[in-house]
Design a protein around this ligand. Structure first.
Ligand code: UT7
Length: 331
């Protein structure tokens, strides 16, 4: 929690892959599902799939970052740290953040990946804020970038219809005028890790023929359990961020929840007593883009004029780990 704004979001951008995959397109890849089922259970109509040249996790991150940098009036040489949140890194070693650094030419920056799944962008903002507070950094680039299509099991209809690809980024700078992050709340519960995870392919059980045969390298999820925890934790996180900022829901111009499922978004809005015209929803167009979902939504909300300078936003996320997080920020 911060008592006063230390850092503010000086520029936001997103990097959205060109290819659209609609619910109807699943039939062509042999998935037994229906547009009606997906819309009714999730609110998702279509998602983006990163297949184009340059649409790697680092590549989408670079697109989002360049826009955020331009809007913030920051050039690559000014960036002190790059925090890249991803559950779908391009390579396991080194980090995707260093590939992004090289692509941007941000030669002065210290770059690293952060693993907190769908909550990762809010975790990243909090880490960057702390580095600005401690004097380690003046200017930070915080990115959420995901190529979820590369880690989902395209033969599992219970998960493959849910996710999409994309990236969002923000430049975070020292606050001088009262705008910025007013409160943050971060939590995790590792006892529930196996409800949403990629079981194998890491150091505990490296890739081998058995892992591949068991499809252990892909995302596995106990959907109903995750749903219940998401609703409960996001409601709690809304309250904590409001308390931390000493604000009421009526002070919030726009609630930006993680975009995983319209029913979870509805429940979160209801708990916050926020009418849907003050809640941002784009899960219908992108599905769940994990840590990219909130920055993409914020970028769109600004572009649409839903929020602007001095607006107060409440962002709240939940994901694998479990991790959950919330933040109130004055833009
Ligand atoms: O970002 C991290 C956070 N992740 C989430 O927040 C995801 C949270 N979970 C969810 O959003 C929901 O649990 C799902 C959308 C994943 C699933 O919705 P549900 O209402 O919990 O459905 P279910 O998993 O209980 O499945 C209901 C039925 C099953 O059939 P039976 O056993 O009732 O005959 C499934 O086999 O729906 C079936 N089903 C499908 N049918 C058509 C599961 N996936 C599909 C599908 N198309 N794609």
């Amino acid at each position: 929690m911060s008592a006063r704004p230390i850092a503010y979001l000086a520029g936001i951008g997103s990097g959205i892959p060109a290819e659209v995959m609609t619910n109807h397109d699943f039939a062509a890849v042999g998935i037994e599902t229906s547009h009606e089922w997906i819309v009714e259970r999730t609110g998702i109509v279509e998602r983006r799939i990163a297949r184009g040249a340059g649409e790697s996790t680092a590549g989408m991150a670079a697109t989002a970052s360049r826009i955020a940098m331009e809007r913030a009036g920051v050039h690559a040489g000014e960036i002190d740290i790059i925090v890249l949140s991803t559950a779908s890194p391009d390579r396991l070693l080194p980090s995707t953040a260093v590939d992004l650094q090289a692509e941007l030419g941000a030669s002065r920056a210290a770059a690293f990946d952060l693993s907190a799944a769908c909550s990762g962008w809010l975790y990243g903002l909090t880490v960057a804020e702390g580095m600005i507070m401690s004097g380690v950094a003046e200017t930070a680039l915080v990115v959420g970038s995901e190529k979820m299509s590369s880690i989902i099991d395209w033969s599992d209809r219970a998960t493959c219809v849910l996710f999409g690809d994309g990236a969002g980024a923000a430049i975070l700078k020292r606050s001088t005028d009262g705008r910025g992050i007013l409160s943050t709340y971060l939590r995790s519960d590792g006892t529930l890790a196996d409800l949403l995870y990629r079981p194998d392919g890491g150091a505990r059980r490296p890739f081998d023929a058995d892992v591949l045969a068991e499809r252990g390298q892909y995302v596995h999820m106990a959907g109903r359990e995750v749903f219940k925890h998401a609703v409960r934790s996001m409601a709690d996180a809304v309250d904590r961020a409001l308390d931390g900022a000493q604000l009421a829901a009526s002070d919030i111009d726009l609630l930006i929840p993680h975009q995983a499922n319209l029913r979870i978004i509805d429940a979160t809005a209801k708990h916050a007593r926020m009418p849907m015209d003050r809640v941002y929803v784009n899960v219908d167009r992108y599905g769940n883009t994990s840590s990219a979902s909130i920055p993409i939504a914020l970028d769109e909300a600004i572009a649409a004029g839903r929020v602007g300078k001095d607006s107060t936003v409440l962002m709240v996320a939940f994901g694998a780990g479990f991790t959950w997080a919330s933040m109130v920020a004055r833009l």
